[in-house]
Design a protein around this ligand. Structure first.
Ligand SMILES: [Zn+2]
Length: 82
């Protein structure tokens, strides 16, 4: 993704700034809790196409830490429902 292009992109709902997640290839709006997919380097800025982020993602928590649960429990709880 082009950084200059990214800087121009805003959330279509709240016009807020988006956070680029390189690993997931998503642009995230933490205000709306939505993650917009990037397909073939093209951001899909459509609410219908956006993924609803989990609570942990909205809070921008580091993965599986500070939850107070044992490792085994964490692994089960945080698995996305298939
Ligand atoms: Zn938004």
């Amino acid at each position: 993704m082009d950084k200059e292009l990214l800087a121009l992109l805003v959330c279509p709902l709240c016009q807020g700034k988006l956070k680029y997640d390189r690993d997931q290839a998503e642009l995230r709006c933490h205000f709306d809790g939505l993650a917009y997919p990037i397909r073939d380097d093209i951001p899909v800025m459509l609410e219908e196409e956006a993924r609803v982020m989990s609570v942990d993602e909205k809070l921008n928590k580091p993965t599986l830490q500070d939850s107070g649960l044992s490792k085994g429990q964490e692994a089960g709880i945080h698995k996305p429902s298939a």
